[in-house]
Design a protein. Sequence first.
Length: 443
Amino acid sequence: MLEKRWRLRSEMYQLSSEGASTSSLERRLQDLSSQIRRRRQLLWDERQSILAHQVVQEAHEGHWRQAWCDAHRIAHGGIGLRSRVYHQIPAYGPTASDWKLAMTQAGKDGGCSAHILWEGNLDDFSGIQHLGQFLFQPSTQTMQNLMKHNENRREQISSQGHDFVRQADADYESTIQYLKQFQRGYAVPHWSLPNPIWKYLLVGNRVYPGSSLTKNVFRCLCQLIRCTNQVPFLWQLSIGQPIPKHNDKSVTHAFRLIYLLDSLGKAWYGGLWNREPPDIGHTAFGGVKHRSREEAIVVLRVWQYRLNQVGIKLVALLHDIRNAFPSLDWQKIERKAFPHRSRSDVYFLVLRIHQALTLIIDAIQECVLFCPLTGVRQGDAGAAQQFSKTFDSAIRRWNAENFTVLEKAYMTTRDPWSQSAVYLGTYLFADDLLKVLIIPPSK
């Protein structure tokens, strides 16, 4: 069918170049394309059915490792961006010692001021996992104050359990809403279920309403989290997966560290964060709901057209912020990204940052476990919005200190609803900053 479609396209191109009618060929081509799509869907459904049957059979026989692998294949999980290069193999893979040295450096040098908790062979890691919450200690004064506040509050309302139940019910519902937005294809750690499975069990679909047992157990877990002020240890633990950048750099600078997070923990924190969305600046587009890169391009093009009409030219400078997400100071994140939220919610959001653990495994199964002391994990729920909110004040200060009144006058407009002034000289998309400079008309 693919060969037939190619011949029809070639024939239609020849007829159109000669000026002849191609309506009949277009209809045939549309029908053939529909047949190809249906055939591909049938092949995909057959693949999924075979894998599902294999998972059931392997679980029945006790081959759990292979069952997990097939479950990940069903979820179509992959590691890295869609633009990841697969056809080149890096000549060198950083060792655990290389990552230890890199992560202990400051954010501006490519690290996260990490505190190394353990290093050794992967076979010995199970003993470290048993320590669980004992690995965590309050790391800033803000965290200590929040822990003290939550402890006092728990003592005050210990006889009123309905408050914890109400908060847990809200957590449950927000997690379900976040799971509904989950897209398939995200890789998770080997101890975690892929997100389509959690979505199938807790949300269901048009045929299957979900597992009532799983829903009840998860609702009880939400209540336990609120009562104890602790989250499961595996929710805080992530695997650092190095992805080659192919940028002609050496050692760890040639790799991008992708964090594989537990899907249910990410959904719980994502629901908590989305409960009160932050007020992001007008020109921040990365990771902001209902805003896309195309919108930023359209705004810039329209602005360029209007200024060109009065003889003003634009020059755009793209700044790539190095090691952006791991470089943020925790106190600035807490001050800028978490205002106007209930203290009980802020406690868990701060906990997500302060008790983050990352395990990196190299090619010879040597490991390093560290706790970052700055920044947020890129790819975590709300990380992009936290970065945008925290970085917005720095951008405003940078604009005020480095650009003239004339530039601000040309590049300022008003919000049509609030009538507040909006400066369109800078655009932030995740960790990429675009600065627009004007060239006044010559006299």
